[in-house]
Design a protein around this ligand. Structure first.
Ligand code: A3P
Length: 294
C-alpha cells in the first residue's frame, strides 16, 4: 500500500458518534467485518488501558513467551478493527490476514459493533477507567497525534470531552452501554483502577474468562513484563515504533504516567465542581461505580 503523508482529519458523525472522516467514508467495511467464533475482542473508550490489556492477552495467548510477543508492535499484533485510512492503514483488512485465534481491539461504542460479533457470540473484554483520568490522558493524546486537531487548551478540551465532541463520542454513554450489554453477552467488564490495585487478581479473572490455565510462574512472568516500567522500555509496546509524523512522543510519551489520580494535577477547583455536577447527571440511575483514585 502506498504511504501518504499524515494529515489532520475532521470528525464526522456515524450514527451519532464522531469518528474520523476516513472511517465514516469506509463505514460499510466496518459494518461488514466478519468476526470468527474464536475471536477475542478487547474494547475500551480511548485511554483506558487497551494497550496494557492487549499485551497481557497476547502474552497469555503465547503462554508467556516474551520473545514471541516482540514479533511486532502491539498495534499490529492486536489491530484496531475500525481504523481505516486509505493509503495508510485498514484495520478490517489487517485482521482478515491474521490467523485464528485472533485478538482484536475496538474503541467503538457497543451499539456500533458489527452484527457478526453478536451472531458469533464472540468473547469480549471491556476495560473502563475513571473519567477524570481518561480526560487528562486523552488531552495529551490529542496533542501528540497528528490526525487530531491540536486542542487550544486543557479547558477547551475538557469542554469537548464532557459534551462528547471527541473521537468515539461520550465517555458516559460508552461505559454505560457496555455495562448494560454484559447482561446478555459474554463480556468480562474490568476496571483500570482494579488492575492497578491488584494486577494478579485481574489477570486471573481474564484466565478464568478464557477458560485457560497457566502455571503460577508464567502468570508472574506475564505480570512482570506488563508492568508500566517494563512496557515503557519495550519498543513493541511504548509506541516508539509508530512513525513520528503520526504520533509525536516528544510532546508526551505514550506510556505517560500510568497512575490513578493524575487528574488532581490538572483540574482546577472550579473545573472539578462543574465536572462532578455534570458527571452525576450523566451517570444517574446506573449501578456502575468508579474509583477516581486508589
Ligand atoms: P496515562 O496517559 O494516564 O499515563 P490506551 O492504551 O487505552 O491508549 O491507554 C493509555 C493509558 O494507559 C496511558 O495512561 C498509559 O500510560 C496507561 N498504561 C499503558 N500501559 C500501562 C501499564 N502497564 N500499567 C499502567 N498503565 C498503563
Amino acid at each position: 500500500m502506498e504511504k501518504k503523508e499524515k494529515f489532520t482529519e475532521e470528525l464526522v458523525d456515524v450514527h451519532g458518534i464522531p469518528l474520523l472522516r476516513s472511517i465514516a467514508e469506509a463505514w460499510s467495511q466496518v459494518e461488514g467485518f466478519e468476526a470468527r467464533p474464536d475471536d477475542l475482542f478487547i474494547a475500551t473508550y480511548p485511554k483506558s488501558g487497551i494497550t496494557w490489556v492487549s499485551e497481557i492477552l497476547d502474552l497469555i495467548y503465547n503462554n508467556g513467551d516474551v520473545e514471541k510477543c516482540k514479533r511486532d508492535a502491539i498495534f499490529n499484533r492486536v489491530p484496531l478493527m475500525e481504523l481505516i485510512q486509505p493509503g495508510y492503514t485498514n484495520g478490517v483488512k489487517k485482521l482478515g490476514e491474521l490467523k485464528s485465534p485472533r485478538l482484536l481491539k475496538t474503541h467503538l461504542p457497543v451499539e456500533l459493533l458489527p452484527s457478526s460479533l453478536w451472531k458469533n457470540d464472540c468473547k469480549m473484554i471491556y476495560v473502563s477507567r475513571n473519567t477524570k483520568d481518561v480526560a487528562v490522558s486523552y488531552y495529551y493524546f490529542y496533542k501528540k497525534i497528528k490526525i487530531h486537531p491540536k486542542p487550544d487548551s486543557w479547558e477547551e478540551f475538557l469542554e469537548k470531552f464532557m459534551t462528547g465532541k471527541v473521537m468515539f463520542g461520550s465517555w458516559y454513554d460508552h461505559v454505560k452501554g457496555w455495562w448494560e450489554k454484559k447482561k446478555d453477552y459474554r463480556i468480562l467488564y474490568l476496571f483500570y483502577e482494579d488492575m492497578k490495585e491488584d494486577p494478579k487478581r485481574e489477570l486471573l479473572k481474564m484466565l478464568k474468562f478464557l477458560e485457560k490455565d497457566l502455571p503460577e510462574e508464567t502468570v508472574n512472568k506475564i505480570l512482570y513484563h506488563t508492568s508500566f516500567e517494563i512496557m515503557k522500555e519495550n519498543p513493541t509496546t511504548n509506541y516508539t515504533m509508530m512513525p513520528e509524523d503520526e504520533m509525536d512522543n516528544k510532546i508526551s510519551p505514550f506510556m505517560r504516567k500510568g497512575i490513578s489520580g493524575d487528574w488532581k494535577n490538572h483540574f482546577t477547583v472550579a473545573q472539578y465542581e462543574r465536572f462532578e455536577k455534570h458527571y452525576n447527571q450523566q451517570m444517574e440511575g446506573t449501578t456502575l461505580k468508579f474509583r477516581s483514585e486508589i
